[in-house]
Ligand binder design. Structure first.
Ligand code: NBP
Length: 477
């Protein structure tokens, strides 16, 4: 037993993670259900470090130093359960199974509870950054016991991405499913970011009158400012790419039907359960769904409405500046909502998640890495009990400056008939929070009318019901 860590599941993610451990000086036992993958890894990359190739579960477990640390990188769902069922009986108390796949946090909670009873530490670790990140430094969000992080943490800190200030992009998020939960919300925020960027692009194209190459330049300029982020950077690259076969902009030859693997949907499902409004993420998930309903779209093309008139010259440039304000303000809102969801889950499940640390581990390695995240960490550092990111003076001030342009952009989109569900939902959320009174009072009246659901009053304590079908006197509820 010579390996400090083992990786089972050697498809793209597992293979690259194993290489990352090996390149950082660890001896890595490697295993895969189909042994050919194990042999391929060692043949192709064996020179990068110390690998211990193994072909059976017993051989794999025997290769690991104690306490054993066994990383599972297989397809999420039933395959993960199958692998756990195969390996757990071979492990001893104190050993660790680290699931680096995209598991649903509820599965992670279940697995952690089951394995804890057998003395095995189960660490559900969210890993972001795709193939490239797994190899060169991902952002890692491990859950599980604090004890497991004691020896595992330093190893993860060696292989993770490093933020600009030199801090590794990994933190012990909290017990059981906390890590996978935070990874899920990360993906939900990623959906929202992508949708907002897409809306900005469409407005620049249809209302600004810019071509894809020009919009790429606009995004490059934005990427030098407060929107500096990986997603803005790759957006510029995608928009400036020209299709080799046709000579047309790449973005014009790709079918406009967005696919999804499900983590955005999970985020919204969890938010519904927690009662947290994540309208930005929800609109992003629904926007992908709309795009995919090709028959419905085809049958709806004749519906009446405006055709956008493109601006030109200085007007277009001024419009682009306003779109930047709208994008930035909407982005603040979608992060506000995502962090609210994490805070709510943390309270619900007793995770005690440090929100500032979450923002800090997203600064490098992951898809939503952005300069902006430093600001979020600073906001939570200044006030750990911050009830909402919008309660941070810095963000509130920026939105105050951005909001006239934000409103103008949404108004223009509505007038010109360009769908901007993300921008509009973010603005509606902002205005809902600001509103001195919401029509929820009327909703309560309606509920009391048809269902005797009762209501509270603004002027005295208690629960009340009005006898709507009778003389409309008010009685105690
Ligand atoms: P896949 O998700 O495609 O899974 C393939 C691996 O699962 C292979 O090693 C395969 O073994 C193994 N496997 C399956 Br399928 N069923 C199995 C079973 N019943 N028993 C044992 N092994 C089984 O691999 P991936 O794309 O590398 O992703 C790995 C994990 O990482 C997934 O959970 C995925 O969601 C996540 N992921 C994350 C990111 C990211 O950016 N963070 C990107 C991509 C994937 P075989 O070779 O014998 O078929």
């Amino acid at each position: 037993s010579t390996a400090q860590i083992g990786v089972t599941g050697l498809a793209v993610m597992g293979r690259n993670l194993a290489r990352n451990f090996a390149r950082n000086g660890y001896t890595v036992a490697v295993h895969n259900r189909t042994a050919a993958r194990t042999r391929d890894l060692v043949r192709e990359f064996g020179g990068e470090g110390d690998f211990v190739p193994t072909e059976s579960a017993e051989e794999f477990v025997a290769a690991l130093e104690r306490p054993r640390r066994l990383v599972v990188m297989v397809k999420a769902g039933a395959p993960t359960d199958a692998v756990i069922a195969e390996f757990a009986p071979l492990l001893d108390a104190g050993d660790m199974i680290i699931d680096g796949g995209n598991a649903h946090f509820a599965d992670t909670r279940r697995r952690e509870h089951e394995l804890r009873e057998r003395g095995i530490h189960f660490v559900g670790a969210g890993i972001s950054g795709g193939e490239e990140g797994a190899l060169n430094g991902p952002s890692i969000m491990p859950g599980g016991s604090a004890e497991s992080y004691g020896t595992l943490g330093p190893m993860l800190e060696r292989i993770s991405a490093v933020a600009k200030d030199g801090r590794p992009c990994v933190v012990h998020v909290g017990p059981d499913g906390a890590g996978h939960f935070v990874k899920m919300v990360h993906n939900g925020i990623e959906y929202a970011d992508m949708q907002l960027i897409g809306e900005a692009y469409q407005l620049l194209r249809d209302v600004g009158g810019y071509g894809p190459g020009e919009i790429a330049d606009i995004f490059r300029a934005w990427n030098r400012g407060r929107l500096d982020s990986y997603l803005i950077e790759i957006t510029a690259d995608v928009l400036s790419h020209v299709d080799a076969a046709t000579g047309r902009p790449f973005v014009d030859v790709v079918l406009d039907q967005a696919e999804q693997k499900g983590t955005g949907r999970w985020t919204v499902q969890s938010a519904l359960d927690l009662g947290v409004p994540v309208s930005g993420i929800a609109e992003a998930v629904f926007a992908r769904a709309v795009s995919g309903h090709s028959a419905l779209r085809e049958a709806s093309r004749h519906l009446g409405g405006p055709t956008p008139r493109a601006l030109g010259g200085d007007e277009a440039a001024a419009f682009a500046d306003r779109v930047e304000q709208a994008l930035y303000a909407s982005k603040i809102v979608s992060y506000t909502q995502g962090f609210h969801q994490i805070a709510a889950a943390s309270a619900e499940y007793g995770w005690d998640i440090d929100l500032g640390e979450v923002a800090a581990v997203w600064r490098g390695g992951c898809i939503i890495r952005a300069a902006f995240l430093d600001r979020i960490t600073a906001a939570y550092d200044a006030l750990p009990q911050l009830p909402s990111l919008l309660a941070d003076k810095g963000f509130a001030d920026e939105i105050a400056v951005a909001q006239d342009d934000w409103r103008a952009v949404v108004a223009t989109a509505v007038t010109e008939g360009v769908p901007t569900p993300g921008f509009a939902a973010a603005l509606a959320y902002y205005d809902s929070l600001r509103a001195p009174r919401l029509p929820a009072a009327l909703t309560q009246g309606q509920r009391d009318y048809f269902g005797a659901h009762t209501y509270h009053r603004t002027d005295r304590d208690g629960v009340f019901h009005t006898l709507w079908g009778g003389d409309r006197t008010e009685v105690a509820g």
